[in-house]
Structure formats: structure tokens, C-alpha cells
Design a protein around this ligand. Structure first.
Ligand code: HAM
Length: 363
């Protein structure tokens, strides 16, 4: 975390310890407690904004970055603990990424169990690490002491065969956690959201219980998670509140943009214009603008020229932009209420009444 002592102008501020927020889940849960949001049943909350972490910067990892996150939290009686919530959140995320046109995402899924499972797993992991850790990288040697779970984050190739021999959290899940996880997977399969089980996925924050997930994208490099999240059923109690199971996620906005650029979707997101509107002659800009507005209201992708362009220049610009049609807007056309629409690929030109333009172009 970014933490420092306030040098403060006011004497009373001096020496205060300040920290920039590294994430929002804990803050949302504090707000839940402070404002007694359990009165509202199941809460579905969101946030968008900058976060700060004192990490070693690299591609896709910054000290200031942006998150779009959401949390579902409430009393268990409101359904907050149900595997239906986990599946609901994951299905929504799959839909969001698909709608944005991001192709090639991979949903990596795991269950990290409850605190009892974790404790047993930690003990077993420490024991398994003892005889082998001396052969591992310096980071792993440190992790083995401070937080053995993080060993699974290691990307050093030479360490992988050793990591493959370590116990997995999936072997330590109790009956209730196993059943919960099975139900999440069942719903995802039913609704057709593809996922990959990854029992190395332990996540970097300590509050997680049960379902943990990341959506990764191959083109991002080492920092390949577009978003991450999971369940945190004990967090409210840990912060002094009532039992309030919850699940949520945060999308790394910076990485979302990167994966958008890397996706084959760039083509479909940056759509080529259906039609290039060419105002012909002085005074035609307002008429052309009006047509553009009418057509855009019908979801036609429009590019708009300028009345100072000669017809030749309009054609060149339209062709360069990859437009399907060019629409000529001159005084005669406006008066007649019908416009010359030319197919740039075939060269075919027809006169189309104003009211039929959108339909004709979309055909
Ligand atoms: P997180 O996995 O620490 O989870 O962060 C979520 C996402 O934020 C990551 O998948 C990544 O896309 C982005 N991110 C994290 N650190 C950086 C960085 N240094 N530079 C650029 N992007 C970054 C959380 O923050 C949890 N609060 C998510 C959550 C919500 N869990 C439950 N509810």
C-alpha cells in the first residue's frame, strides 16, 4: 500500500498516517456496516475509480490504475450466500466482455474454501514446502515464510515442476464448500458460460472464501487478468459487522482497454461507416447534419463530410473511411426530398426518398 506520514500544514495533521486506497471491497463492506444496509435486503453496489498500489510497475501493472467493480452483499436470508449469486455475477461478466467485443477471454475458476479449510491447507503446504523450498526462486523462499499460498503465483519456469507436486486447496474443501462449488459450476454449465478450473488460483487478498475467479486474456502478457473477484463471506464480521456473505469483482479498466485493442474485435468496435454523407455546395452542412442525426437514430453508422469538399474529395474520403455508401446532399436533393445513394463497391446509384434511407442502407 501507499502509506506515508502527513507533513501537514496544520499542526494537528502532522504525523497522521495516510494511505491511498488499494481496492474498494473492504470500503464497500465498511459502508454496508456503517449505513446498516442489511435493512435493504440484498445490495447490488458498484464503484468506478482510481486505486493505488506500491507495486513494481510493468506492462499492465501500474501504481495508479482504475477499477470498475461491483459487490453483491446482504443477509444470508436475502440469498447472498447462494451459489446462484456467484453464477449470476459470472454470467453478467461474460456478457459484458462479449458485448464489448472482447474475444478470447478465459474464466479461471477455483474454490478457496472456508477459513478452516484454508488453515489445514496452509499447514500441509508449509510442510510440503520445507524440503523443497531451498531449490526455489528467492521470491518463493520469502513467500514460503510470509504467505505460503502466494507460491502459486510464481511464474519462474524452473519452479513449476516443484509447484506441481504441492498440495492443492481443492483437496481440503469441506462438504459444504464442495457442494457450493459444484452448484456454481452446474449453473455456469447450464447457461453456457465456459470456464477452466484452476486450483492454483488463490488470489492476492486475504478475505476470500469459496468461489475465486479471474477472467484472463492471452494477449496481455504476464499481468493477464482483466478482472478478478470472489466471495468474502466472513469479511463483514472481521470488520465488526453482522454476518453478511458477499461476492464481487473488480475489472482493471486499463487492462480492459488493452484487451479490447488486442481482440479481433477492434474491427467491430471501430466500425466502418455504413454511409458517408457528402454535403454538396455552400449551405448544405446543416442539411447533411440533420440527415446524419436521423440516420444515427436508426443505428446507422455515419461519417460526415463538409460542404467545402468537392465531390471528388468526398468520394476519396468516403472510400478511405471504408464506407459502404455515399449519400449526396445537394440543394436539388433536399428540395425533392430524395437523395442520391451510391454503393461504393458496385458503383450502383439509386435515388431514395428521405423516409426510406435508413432502411435502404441497412438492407
Ligand atoms: P484484484 O485482483 O486485486 O481484486 O484486482 C482486480 C483487477 O484490477 C485485476 O484483475 C487487474 O485487472 C486490476 N489491477 C490490479 N492491480 C493492478 C495494477 N497494479 N495495475 C493495473 N491493474 C491492476 C480486487 O481488487 C478485489 N477488490 C476484487 C473484488 C471485488 N473481490 C471481491 N469483490
Amino acid at each position: 500500500m501507499f502509506t506515508w506520514e502527513d507533513r501537514g500544514r496544520a499542526e494537528s495533521d502532522k504525523g497522521n498516517s495516510l494511505t491511498l486506497r488499494p481496492e474498494n471491497t473492504a470500503g464497500v463492506v465498511r459502508a454496508y456496516i456503517e449505513h446498516k444496509l442489511w435493512d435493504r435486503g440484498l445490495n447490488k453496489l458498484y464503484y468506478i475509480g482510481p486505486q493505488f498500489r506500491r507495486e513494481r510497475p510493468q506492462k499492465g501493472r501500474y501504481r495508479q490504475f482504475y477499477q470498475i467493480g461491483a459487490e453483491v452483499i446482504g443477509p444470508a436470508s436475502a440469498g447472498s450466500e447462494s451459489p446462484a449469486r456467484d453464477a449470476e455475477v459470472l454470467e453478467m461478466l461474460a456478457t459484458v466482455l462479449d458485448r464489448l467485443g472482447i474475444t478470447g477471454w478465459n474464466l479461471e475458476l477455483n474454490s478457496v474454501g472456508c477459513p478452516n479449510d484454508r488453515a489445514a491447507f496452509n499447514t500441509a503446504l508449509k510442510k510440503a514446502l520445507e524440503p523443497v523450498v531451498a531449490n526455489m526462486c528467492a521470491d518463493c523462499q520469502r513467500r514460503a515464510v510470509t504467505n505460503p499460498l502466494r507460491v502459486f503465483d510464481c511464474k519462474v519456469p524452473a519452479d513449476q515442476p516443484i509447484i506441481d507436486t504441492l498440495p492443492r486447496i481443492s483437496q481440503f474443501l469441506d462438504e459444504a464448500c464442495r457442494t457450493h462449488f459444484a452448484a456454481v459450476k452446474e449453473i455456469l454449465t447450464k447457461v453456457g458460460v465456459p470456464f477452466t478450473l484452476n486450483d492454483r488460483l488463490v488470489r492476492g487478498l486475504d478475505y476470500y472464501t469459496r468461489t475465486a475467479f479471474e477472467f484472463t486474456h492471452g494477449a496481455l502478457g504476464a499481468q493477464n487478468a482483466i478482472l478478478g473477484g470472489g466471495r468474502y463471506d466472513g469479511l463483514s464480521e472481521a470488520l465488526g459487522g453482522p454476518a453478511a456473505p458477499g461476492i464481487g469483482f473488480a475489472i482493471g479498466e486499463d487492462r480492459l482497454v488493452m484487451s479490447l485493442q488486442e481482440s479481433a474485435c477492434a474491427e467491430s468496435v471501430l466500425k466502418k461507416p455504413d454511409v458517408y454523407i457528402a454535403p454538396l455546395g455552400a449551405g448544405m452542412n446543416p442539411e447533411a447534419a440533420l440527415l446524419a442525426r436521423e440516420l444515427r437514430r436508426h443505428d446507422v453508422v455515419v461519417d460526415l463530410g463538409d460542404e467545402t469538399f468537392r465531390l471528388k474529395k468526398s468520394f476519396e474520403t468516403a472510400t478511405k473511411a471504408g464506407a459502404k455508401y455515399i449519400l449526396i446532399v445537394g440543394g436539388n436533393e433536399v428540395e425533392a426530398g430524395a437523395f442520391a445513394l451510391k454503393n461504393l463497391a458496385t458503383g450502383e446509384q439509386i435515388s431514395v426518398p428521405r423516409a426510406q434511407l435508413a432502411q435502404k442502407i441497412q438492407e
